[in-house]
Design a protein around this ligand. Structure first.
Ligand SMILES: NC(=O)c1ccc[n+]([C@@H]2O[C@H](COP(=O)([O-])OP(=O)(O)OC[C@H]3O[C@@H](n4cnc5c(N)ncnc54)[C@H](OP(=O)(O)O)[C@@H]3O)[C@@H](O)[C@H]2O)c1
Length: 246
């Protein structure tokens, strides 16, 4: 049995992961903003075979509540084997360009809250010489683009932070997995045109996340072909890139 905390547990991708973990009999501590949504998914995981399902409401912007959320998970499960951080928002880029407050808010949700939660988890796991931190970042963090550079900057910050954290925690036997999905058909991308071969379902991405965690991978692009796509995008010289409408 494994005890996992899932932050942003009502995200479509996290729900797909939890369904699979429930079938494996994991013990889950689900954290999200809405108790009603948490109750709904918790029932589903119990039916699927989860060893235990606990819920906790948290607005991740409230950093002051992060420690008590961790403490509640410890109280409920006894020990914590891993934390999956899956919350996020897709900013209105134009709104962020017009208002620093909006940009700050988005960077807070997508990066600073993640860094706060990872700091807590890292220190606890380091003490116990075991644990796994898995975070959903994004391919958007690999290169800034005019169409979504506030989101990209936040995800890029998370990816670099996790690189350093992985380096620090390696000798303590603590694993850090950075998950970089491409386009996924979830409520976050409800407004997007989903035609084209680059789109994946939450279930496809969840299967990749579970595989990456099982294999203790450091970084994973999901689906796999995004590794190639981003290699190409990163290799375009800036003198060309700045002229593109990406
Ligand atoms: N969809 C994509 O194409 C894509 C691509 C790359 C990376 N990602 C990343 O994948 C992760 C999961 O996203 P998704 O696609 O599954 O989207 P989603 O279904 O819209 O889930 C987003 C989740 O974040 C939660 N959330 C947002 N703000 C929060 C806050 N202040 N406090 C607590 N929870 C908050 C939402 O809670 P509520 O349910 O209460 O709204 C929701 O559960 C995110 O980190 C996202 O950036 C997504």
């Amino acid at each position: 049995m494994k005890n996992w905390i899932v932050i942003g547990a009502t995200s479509a991708i996290a729900e797909s992961v939890c369904r699979l973990w429930a079938v494996r009999g994991y013990n889950l501590f689900l954290v999200g903003r809405s108790q009603d949504k948490l109750d709904m998914v918790a029932k589903d995981y119990q039916v699927r075979g989860a060893a235990g399902v606990h819920t906790q409401t948290l607005d991740v912007k409230d950093h002051g509540q992060h420690q008590s959320c961790w403490d509640a998970a410890m109280k409920a499960m006894g020990t914590v084997d891993g934390i999956l951080i899956a919350h996020g928002t897709l900013p209105d880029q134009k709104q962020c360009e017009a208002s620093y407050d909006s940009a700050f808010d988005e960077i807070n949700v997508n990066a600073l809250s993640v860094i706060s939660l990872c700091t807590l988890a890292a220190n606890e796991f380091e003490k116990q010489n075991s644990g796994h931190i898995a975070v959903i970042s994004s391919v958007a963090g690999d290169r800034g683009r005019q169409s979504n550079y506030v989101y990209g900057a936040a995800k890029g910050m998370v990816s670099i932070f996790l690189q350093g954290l992985r380096n620090r925690l390696f000798k303590s036997g603590v694993y850090v997995t950075t998950i970089k999905p491409g386009f996924v058909d979830t409520p976050m991308t409800a407004e997007f045109d989903k035609s084209g071969p680059l789109w994946a379902s939450p279930d496809q991405v969840a299967a990749g996340i579970i595989r990456a965690i099982d294999k203790k991978r450091s970084v994973v692009y999901l689906p796999w072909f995004w590794l190639g796509v981003m290699l190409i995008i990163r290799s375009i010289p800036e003198i060309v890139f700045k002229r593109l409408s990406l």
